[in-house]
Write a protein that binds this ligand. Structure first.
Ligand SMILES: Nc1nc(=O)c(N)c(NC[C@H](O)[C@H](O)[C@H](O)COP(=O)(O)O)[nH]1
Ligand SMILES: [Zn+2]
Length: 167
């Protein structure tokens, strides 16, 4: 059911639990869902794919591979109304210098030049520990992508996200 946001966020949190703890990032989980049918298109977690990968990046990269295109072309293969659930707000700056997930989300453009990912549901805003105030939400909204905070999971999400940080 495409409106059952809590269920999808819970599944994204399940993904985050799979991520190997690391002091220099957060353990995040994400799903991409068909906004019309509610079908789960793919899921992922931080560091699932080799390299210093983010949860949202893994979702898009896995979906692209499953459809025999490169991640930068994934927009062509996504349903026109795709939504992303991520336990943490997509990054807009990464200390590693890798391409931020906000840019990966915005470039999922179809022929009409609009992002196929129409909505991003987040469990928490990114804490300020690594990059100060994350401008991810604002940049997504500036590109016509709606950002919705699914409440109720903040404590669990942050406990999982920071499990690799020294106490
Ligand atoms: N939304 C989100 N999904 C993730 O999978 C993940 N790991 C982060 N984490 C955000 C944090 O700001 C960056 O992890 C640090 O800035 C270090 O950057 P790298 O991850 O090494 O590129 N945020
Ligand atoms: Zn990211």
């Amino acid at each position: 059911d495409p409106s059952d946001h809590a269920t999808y966020m819970r599944l994204a949190l399940d993904q985050a639990q799979e991520s190997p703890p690391k002091p220099s990032n957060y353990r995040v989980g994400a799903l991409i869902v068909d906004g019309n049918t509610g079908a789960i298109l793919n899921r992922g977690y931080t560091l699932e794919l080799e390299g210093n990968t983010h949860a949202e990046q893994c979702c898009l990269s896995k979906y692209a591979s499953a459809h025999a295109v490169l991640e930068e072309q994934v927009g062509e293969m996504l349903p026109a109304n795709t939504v992303l659930y991520t336990t943490m707000e997509p990054c807009n700056l990464r200390l590693s210098g890798n391409l931020p997930c906000v840019d990966r989300i915005i470039r999922t453009k179809g022929e009409d030049g609009k992002p196929r990912i129409r909505k991003v549901y987040i469990g928490v805003k990114e804490p300020e520990k690594f990059v100060g105030d994350n401008q991810g939400r604002k940049k997504l909204e500036e590109n016509g992508i709606e950002v919705v905070h699914v409440t109720g999971f903040e404590e669990d999400i942050l406990r999982v996200a920071t499990a690799g940080h020294e106490k």
